[in-house]
Design a binder for this molecule. Structure first.
Ligand SMILES: [Zn+2]
Length: 393
């Protein structure tokens, strides 16, 4: 065994949240089709684990996972359904559209008083969506980003206020920052606590750490994403952030739909991360996997009728398309950046353009599917909208 293999196998055995070992495998997970975080179908055969001590839901960092992730990131394309334009967030009441980053920034500004000037580091900044949103509002700030490769270096460095995009880990970035953001990053990191701990050293005293991750309890489709290594719940997310020495100011599921957001400050590094949870926490995971199976059963039944479509062009719709072996005639998306194109070789319609008499399954978690239905049904639809099952809690 090489040193690298040794460290990988040690990691494989250890919980990413609390370091407990060994982890319990989750039965039958391998039967699910999977999807990548940039919304491409990924074959069945994955493995999922739950920690008996903290109930952390996770993959293990073994050679198989590392090789899959290498393939996924090798051809990664952000928001390819809309040629790079960021995903939109729809206001549940008005149906108005804003970018996910703009939405997060608005919420952040309502929570903390941002000074006119400061330094911000966006870890894993992708093509600079959040830096762009921040730069357009906070013009006096100096901005930096990090990424694993230089693919978007020029795009990011062209954003006003951006000093540099650093390729590599945050320890390679000089200086300290008043705000450090990690938006959809922590769920990809094999040792999330260690990364947060490194960032503790880069955060000014009185500065703010802002972390956003998907919530598998609110959005079970997250469990199907092959390159997400930790599937956080609010409890395990809090434990991870606190365990790295931060005081949490806000932990919310309401800022961005389906996501968990934490705002924290530097705290006492020697403090205990908190108690372990009871085994009753296993139930939410199993219940959500059952729900995913029920969605497939329902979609299968409706796909036998003619003119069957899926509402959405992201993770959930891509996954269902694959589970149904492509028995889907079209997709429906309210996002003007996505409608009018094709996706998975099928047309993408705006709701108004859906063929009469079709059936359209809303591929979203129940909490998010209902407002979509309420919103769309205001415009007397000529097709039938089908909601997914509710959670059996
Ligand atoms: Zn654990």
């Amino acid at each position: 065994m090489t040193a690298k293999q040794e460290s990988a196998s040690a990691l494989a055995q250890r919980c990413h949240v609390c370091e407990f070992s060994p982890l319990d495998p989750v039965a039958d997970y391998a039967r699910f089709s999977r999807v990548t975080s940039d919304s491409k179908p990924w074959p069945k055969g994955g493995r999922l684990f739950i920690c008996p001590s903290c109930a952390g839901v996770q993959k293990t960092v073994d050679a198989e996972w590392e090789s899959e992730v290498e393939q996924i990131y090798g051809s990664y394309s952000i928001y390819h359904q809309s040629e790079g334009a960021e995903q939109s967030v729809f206001d549940e009441i008005s149906g108005g559209v804003s970018s996910r980053s703009g939405h997060l920034l608005e919420q952040l500004r309502s929570q903390i008083n941002l000074p006119e000037t400061g330094r911000l580091l966006d870890v894993g900044c992708g093509n600079g969506a959040f830096l762009r949103a921040f730069s357009s509002v906070m013009r006096g700030w100096s901005l930096c980003g990090t990424e694993l490769n230089a693919k978007y270096k020029k795009v990011v460095e062209d954003i006003p206020g951006v000093v540099a995009l650093y390729v590599g880990g945050p320890t390679d970035v000089p200086g300290c920052f008043s705000i450090i953001t990690l938006i959809h990053v922590l769920e990809h990191i094999p040792e999330p606590g260690q990364l947060l701990s490194q960032l503790w050293d880069k955060l000014d005293l009185g500065g703010h750490l802002v972390v956003e991750v998907p919530s598998f309890k609110r959005n079970p489709f997250d469990l199907l994403i092959a390159d997400h290594i930790t599937h956080f719940s609010k409890e395990t997310f809090l434990r991870t952030v606190r365990g790295a020495g931060y005081d949490v100011i806000t932990a919310t599921e309401d800022w961005v739909p389906k996501e968990l957001t934490i705002v924290a400050r530097k705290g006492d590094r020697s403090a205990s991360p908190g108690d372990s949870v009871t085994s009753s926490e296993v139930h939410p995971l199993l219940m959500r996997l059952d729900w995913l199976r029920a969605v497939v059963t329902m979609a299968n039944r409706h796909s036998k009728s003619s003119r069957f479509g899926l509402f959405g062009t992201s993770i959930a719709a891509t996954w269902l398309f694959d589970e149904l072996a492509g028995r889907v005639e079209f997709f429906v998306d309210e996002d003007p950046n996505r409608a009018g194109r094709t996706y998975m070789d099928r047309p993408v319609y705006l709701p108004n353009d859906v063929p009469a008499g079709s059936r359209v399954l809303v591929a979203l978690p129940p909490d998010f599917a209902e407002p979509v239905k309420a919103r769309l049904e205001k415009h007397s639809l000529i097709f039938k909208l089908i909601l997914p099952p509710v959670f059996a809690e």
